[in-house]
Design a binder for this molecule. Sequence first.
Ligand SMILES: *[C@@H]1O[C@H](CO)[C@@H](O)[C@H](O)[C@H]1NC(C)=O
Ligand SMILES: *[C@@H]1O[C@H](CO)[C@@H](O)[C@H](O)[C@H]1NC(C)=O
Ligand SMILES: *[C@@H]1O[C@H](CO)[C@@H](O)[C@H](O)[C@H]1NC(C)=O
Ligand SMILES: *[C@@H]1O[C@H](CO)[C@@H](O)[C@H](O)[C@H]1NC(C)=O
Length: 403
Amino acid sequence: MRNRFLNVFLVIFPSCLGDCVQDSIDVLVLDCILEGYDVSKGPETDSLVNVSMFVESIASSEETSLDYSFRIQLIHHYIDERLQYDPGNNSVLQGLNAWYHLHRIWRPFVLVIENRNILDFNPADDTMRVWPTGLVEYTRSLDLDLSCRTLLDVFPFDFPVCMMTMTVSGFSENDVKLNWTDKDLPMMSTFFYNAYPVRYTLSACRPEEVDVYNATCLKSMILFTRDRGSYWVTVFIPGFILVTSSFMAFWVSIRCVPPRAMIGMTNRLTFLSAASSFRNQLPMVSNLEALNIWDSVSILFIYVSLLELIIVDHLQRHPRDGQETDSEFRRRELQRADLTHWDRFCLYFRKPNAEIGADIDAWCRGVFPVLYFFFIIGYFITFHGHYGYNTDYTYDTFEALIS
Ligand SMILES: *[C@@H]1O[C@H](CO)[C@@H](O)[C@H](O)[C@H]1NC(C)=O
Ligand SMILES: *[C@@H]1O[C@H](CO)[C@@H](O)[C@H](O)[C@H]1NC(C)=O
Ligand SMILES: *[C@@H]1O[C@H](CO)[C@@H](O)[C@H](O)[C@H]1NC(C)=O
Ligand SMILES: *[C@@H]1O[C@H](CO)[C@@H](O)[C@H](O)[C@H]1NC(C)=O
């Protein structure tokens, strides 16, 4: 009964349309404003929606994973001239709280193309305020699941990059335009779990992309770093310890073959199982260049140390035929004064096998650690130094880099 009376009242007094006065509670004023409002149509004159982004939290399930869950807040500012009203004699302007009318007021439905989650209007998290000029201040929270990308070649020295491409669903570029309110997104002290954002970059889309979506389009790029400490603990330091442990065998007497073989074998097996268990956490891709180099060079050092043991042991136990006469000959020849370097080199191989073996062992004690040291230095300079600080890319250069 009262409803019908209200309807009749509104039909008789159509003067409500357009010039509603803020003389009552927000709900009633908005009821008045929304008389005859078409929620399916966007603003007619000014179609520019200014958007700013606030990152509430970022989390990743695993350190090695490229899946990041975001919770962001999009703050929209746009003018919908159909929502203008007369603030009346209100001295303190607060705008109208339009939360109860959300579904009746046009809102740009911003989609994030890369998102794998289902996006919906969820009014529980949204807020909207309408100002007398028709300015709408609309805040929406979005839960995004993004698969980010990175240069896996340099993993774990890489910097994962998450892209967000925002478009407005259902409206072409001429109907609704998005623009960033502020090009600089400050680093927020928000909640991060397994995620280490370094930089946020906001930009517009390239014209080709706008054509593809046939809609307005904004980009935001978030650059992450990794918790390098955890890779030192799980990959580099254990690898270093295992390789240098296999060099210890050179310092054990050449006659103690079983302990030396045991050192070599244990290191080889431990290294292989540690490397494969770490790789199980990684995406199955072929271009893990930095990690492949680390693993193959390490296992090569371990293997060659083991090989050296076998050769030296063989030389120890198998004297050549005529070794005695060779030694005798060598001793005589070395007393000559006119020997060239080449002669000395050739005479060296007249030594008894056991002595050659002992020399090889002594030689390896120095050469292996030095070679490994140079490898380590070169490796970290290349991957950490060279790639580590060259991340000043925009989203265009990143696309070029990764493809
Ligand atoms: C949106 O931003 C532009 C400048 O970037 C400004 O001129 C305009 O007034 C803003 N619109 C709203 C509704 O805030
Ligand atoms: C505003 O206040 C003046 C006097 O204080 C009054 O005459 C006028 O009717 C008021 N207007 C509205 C819309 O309430
Ligand atoms: C883009 O959208 C507009 C309006 O929605 C439409 O008129 C136009 O044909 C579309 N362009 C393409 C290339 O689909
Ligand atoms: C978008 O905003 C920037 C400043 O943030 C401004 O320079 C540019 O003109 C705006 N674009 C439009 C279409 O309003």
